[in-house]
Write a protein of this length. Structure first.
Length: 235
């Protein structure tokens, strides 16, 4: 189902906003791993790396996967997505609006169990925690909800960086990073989400808060054919 690919992309992108909320500019690079019942398209994403660069309210994302490259540039006014899949280039634009607050029944939160397990990620000492979603009484149903509903999350966090998502509400519901990690004691540097079909792991490889030149956010759209965002996603 094509909705799964967009769930993965949106889930990854929600992780980016925690950095921009605390640091004015910087770069995060992480790796994506997909396991389970995944489509041929999702197999292309497995093992891919994603670089996120932000400065103020501007965000640049570059994902390099097997036979595919995706670039996203976002500011408060517009989101631009460029996809090059084996020479087939498409471009999508989306006018941004203020995020709506998530209903309480859609964002009940997660119960956190902390462990004593430790490891180092991107140079930061981390500890492991397990998150399980609280039961929701009147959760809104969507056609793809069952296969994408998170069963539990395994997260490695560091207390050397603050949890930039603490108290945040991006209005994206239970599967968004802000709802998952807003009560976590530290900053998540790796997390593994388990659904009924797919296990998704995001691991931070590099973090820096070096100055970012404005040119990063100026991308060429030459050679790209424009199409509607998420068109034919029901297939």
């Amino acid at each position: 189902m094509k909705m799964t690919r967009y769930f993965i992309v949106l889930f990854c992108l929600s992780f980016a906003y925690q950095w921009g909320s605390a640091q004015d500019q910087g770069t995060v690079v992480f790796k994506l791993k997909l396991e389970g019942s995944i489509s041929e398209h999702e197999k292309m994403l497995d093992g891919s790396t994603m670089k996120m660069v932000w400065k103020g309210e501007k965000l640049y994302v570059e994902q390099n996967a097997k036979q595919m490259k995706m670039i996203m540039v976002e500011d408060p006014e517009e989101t631009l997505v460029l996809i090059d899949r084996m020479g087939q280039k498409v471009m999508m634009r989306h006018k941004n609006t203020a995020a709506e607050e998530a209903d309480d029944e859609d964002a009940a939160g997660y119960d956190i169990t902390y462990t004593d397990e430790t490891r180092t990620i991107a140079g930061y000492p981390c500890k492991k925690a397990i998150l399980k979603p609280r039961k929701v009484q009147n959760q809104k149903q969507m056609p793809f909800a069952d296969e994408n509903r998170v069963q539990f999350v395994e997260v490695w966090y560091t207390e050397k960086l603050p949890n930039y998502l603490k108290g945040k509400d991006l209005g994206e519901g239970m599967n968004s990073a802000d709802v998952m990690f807003r009560d976590l004691k530290g900053c998540p540097l790796e997390y593994k989400t388990v659904t009924s079909k797919v296990t998704t792991t995001l691991t931070v490889l590099e973090i820096n808060f070096d100055p970012v030149p404005d040119e990063v956010f100026n991308v060429s759209t030459e050679g790209y054919q424009e199409m509607k965002l998420f068109m034919n996603e029901e297939e």
